[in-house]
Design a protein around this ligand. Structure first.
Ligand code: HEM
Length: 197
């Protein structure tokens, strides 16, 4: 059995965007702190000024939140594939990692939004240059520190869980040779069948 086609598309689109957001978030944050120390704001990230990189990061974060809501609705309205061959311990470990990933996909945009809102710099959040996202809290150094730490730790945890998730998927495909990864990526099934002697 396969995952619902829309869920498959959302899974791969969000996976690419989340990994890009982690790389971008850690890099732009380091660049911005270095710029604040040296006073040289001319540094760029993939041709984007620090200001534009922050706006792009915040915009993709808002998009990821909207995609997560859509994914949650479709996930509960459709049937997930049942992998009967999995041991109870594997099933429990997978459920725990998936729960962690969902929690972090939900909390990362929220802590990022509160972080941007609490910054004493008062920079607006303009989503893809289309509209300004309201900031729900007042600027405060203490709140900025708190949400900065939560956003940073969440990013580290998301990176660690994503690495475990990817390693498990690759083990299922290449070592166990079962249908766990192919239920999310059927193209691999065709490739595997073509390689059969
Ligand atoms: C799933 C969505 C998101 C992911 C995975 C993500 C990830 C990250 C990561 C890993 C960092 C680097 C943290 C550090 O090194 O201290 C970062 C920084 C940042 N993020 Fe996000 N983020 C997301 C959404 C958002 C959203 C929605 C906003 C705002 C609306 C936002 C605002 C920021 C800001 C302002 C920084 C820079 C913090 C600093 O000043 O160093 N993020 N993000």
């Amino acid at each position: 059995m396969q995952w619902h086609p829309v869920l498959k598309s959302l899974h791969w689109l969000m996976a690419v965007l989340l990994l890009a957001m982690l790389a971008m978030g850690f890099t732009m944050s380091r660049l911005a702190h270095a710029a604040a120390t040296t006073g040289d704001y001319s540094v760029t990230l993939l041709g984007l000024s620090i200001f534009d990189a922050f706006q792009l990061h915040k915009s993709i974060g808002v998009l990821l939140f909207a995609l997560l809501v859509a994914r949650g609705v479709i996930r509960f309205a459709t049937k997930a594939p049942h992998h009967a061959h999995l041991k109870p311990i594997e099933r429990r470990a997978a459920a725990l990692v998936h729960l962690g990933l969902y929690c972090l996909m939900l909390t990362m945009p929220i802590t990022g939004w509160l972080l941007a809102s609490s910054s004493p710099l008062g920079i607006p959040t303009i989503v893809f240059g289309l509209f300004s996202l309201p900031h729900p809290i007042h600027p405060s150094t203490g709140a900025e520190m708190l949400f900065g730490w939560l956003h940073f730790l969440g990013g580290c945890a998301l990176g660690a869980l994503a690495a475990m998730h990817i390693a498990a998927a690759l083990k299922h495909h290449f070592v166990d040779r079962d249908d766990v990864l192919t239920s999310m990526l059927p193209a691999l099934l065709r490739l595997r069948e073509r390689r059969k002697p």
